[in-house]
Ligand binder design. Structure first.
Ligand SMILES: Nc1ncnc2c1ncn2[C@@H]1O[C@H](COP(=O)(O)OP(=O)(O)OP(=O)(O)O)[C@@H](O)[C@H]1O
Ligand SMILES: [Mg+2]
Length: 411
């Protein structure tokens, strides 16, 4: 059968920047044909829209730039969101198998049962990812349709987000003339871009450290078992540098990127840097060591929080593939080494986006992880309905089609 080529655009609404990646191809092979990275200019904080106008402008600029490069017009996007209010939990559901053999409708009913959890009115389910199915006590079944049995159980990982945050994200896209094809948790999209199937099977943790948030996704046996979004990102380090070195925030950011190192022990004595001063005072020459001494404790705290989240997931000793760091802060020198010091016994690596071809060398930057991941159809994720005309749409298979009624009833 002939494969149909389509254009897919991933738009990462980050606290620091809007990143857009445009790909062309089908679900088996995609090439990057356009990309852009535009600062959000304060339109988002901790992953959430705080200015519709500024965010819309950034989206408009980013989409236009990437579309110009790709030589195409973009009218719909897959949007990556995260930040405070995003969290995941595990849930399960059980149904009787009608007719003694699992049919597609049994699958829909059991997933519906697993997702039927009471939520506060300001929360919205973004995804429900199947972990395993159990038929008459036999567990770890991935494809139950066609199997015989009496009782079908489903274990799923549910990701919820702030309803208002999702509506605001959609509104900004709509004001920029774009239809939202799918909303996806940034940590899920990043996982698709920076980990291999083998790592997710063996067990790994994806830690996407952005500017205002840190998205954590714990994988084991190909399934997502824990997700959380922390209100902490690399911009916190920038602020600490600005305070500690008494320099403007803009200079602190460029000092962090040019001279930053997560481990003070890796910087030799005598290395110096020029630090602009505030209030018209003269720039000063300071020891690079001082910068590392500011960065190290902040990152130690972050890895300690990552360790606690791994403990919450309850599978620390099972995560043989270790930790994959991504997001802009993963660019910091020696950050993976510091991670290994704190997360004793776990290998830590920096993950840059992989998968699609085309301009792939240009996206070899962890800041593009979410935008690239959005263009891949690695996981079966259900899109959130985002307006009266929108309907849930499945990717990577038709599993979710039958639960539209439920989604419709929520809007
Ligand atoms: N070379 C570098 N060294 C250190 N930090 C860096 C470097 N490059 C980028 N960063 C930091 O990465 C952060 C931005 O990362 P990223 O673009 O992934 O964030 P975001 O997706 O916009 O935000 P979030 O995911 O938190 O909503 C900023 O804090 C920035 O200072
Ligand atoms: Mg991000």
């Amino acid at each position: 059968m002939a494969r149909t080529s389509e254009i897919v655009a991933g738009l990462d609404l980050g606290s620091s920047k809007v990143a857009v990646v445009i790909t062309e191809g089908d679900s088996t092979e995609r090439n990057i044909i356009g990309l852009s990275l535009v600062p959000t200019g304060g339109g988002l904080r901790e992953g959430q829209v705080v200015s519709i106008e500024q965010t819309t402008e950034a989206i408009d600029a980013a989409v236009n730039e990437a579309a110009r490069m790709a030589g195409c017009q973009i009218t719909s996007v897959r949007v990556g969101v995260g930040g405070s209010g995003t969290m995941g939990f595990n849930s399960d559901g059980t149904v009787a198998i009608r007719g003694g053999r699992v049919a597609g409708t049994d699958l829909e009913r059991v997933l519906e049962a697993a997702r039927a959890v009471p939520l506060p009115s300001d929360k919205q389910i973004m995804h429900a990812l199947p972990q395993e199915y159990i038929i008459d006590g036999h567990d770890r079944i991935r494809h139950p349709v066609g199997m015989n049995g009496v009782r079908l159980e489903a274990r799923v990982h549910v990701i919820t987000a702030s309803r208002t945050a999702l509506i605001n994200a959609v509104e900004c896209c709509s004001k920029a003339g774009l239809t939202v094809d799918r909303l996806e948790f940034g940590g899920l999209a990043s996982s698709a871009a920076v980990t291999t199937r083998e790592e997710r099977e063996l067990g790994c943790v994806v830690v996407d450290v952005g500017g205002g948030t840190t998205d954590i996704a714990v994988w084991y046996d190909q399934a997502l078992v824990h997700t959380v979004s922390l209100d902490w990102g690399g911009d916190e380090l920038t602020k600490q540098i600005a305070r500690g070195l008494r320099t403007p925030v803009k200079s602190a950011e460029s000092i962090k990127q040019s001279f930053g190192c997560a481990l003070a022990s890796m910087v030799s004595d005598g290395e110096t840097m020029e630090v602009p001063s505030v209030g018209g005072r003269e720039a000063q020459t300071r020891q690079r060591h001082l910068l590392c001494e500011i960065l190290e404790p902040g990152l130690e705290d972050l890895f300690t929080r990552v360790a606690s989240e791994i403990d919450v997931a309850g599978c620390r000793e099972l995560l043989a593939a270790g930790v994959v760091l991504t997001g802009g802060t993963a660019n910091l020198a020696a950050v993976a080494d510091l991670g290994e010091d704190i997360l004793v016994g776990m290998p830590v690596r920096v993950g840059t986006p992989r998968g699609p071809g085309g301009l792939v060398d240009v996206v070899q930057d962890p800041r593009y992880a979410t935008a690239v991941g959005l263009c891949l159809d690695t996981f079966e994720v259900m899109s959130v309905p985002v307006g009266p005309a929108a309907r849930p749409r499945a990717t990577g298979g038709g599993l979710w089609g039958g639960v539209r009624k439920l989604w419709d009833s929520w809007f």
